[in-house]
Design a protein around this ligand. Structure first.
Ligand SMILES: [Zn+2]
Length: 55
């Protein structure tokens, strides 16, 4: 599976999330953005949206 960060466009390491599923929360290691998984494609592409934590 691979996920491109919606904020910084870098690849997010999903190795710690082997059971990743829709609505899971992952954090971009590059920019620290919190991302919510919105879709898992059959080809392994993960889609995610930025979570607004209200900071
Ligand atoms: Zn990022």
């Amino acid at each position: 599976m691979h996920l491109t960060c919606a904020e910084c466009k870098n690849q997010v390491d999903l190795s710690k999330n082997p059971e990743l599923k829709v609505e899971d929360i992952v954090e971009c290691q590059t920019c620290g953005m919190t991302l919510a998984v919105t879709a898992l494609a059959e080809d392994g592409t993960v889609s995610a949206e930025i979570v607004d934590e209200g900071k």
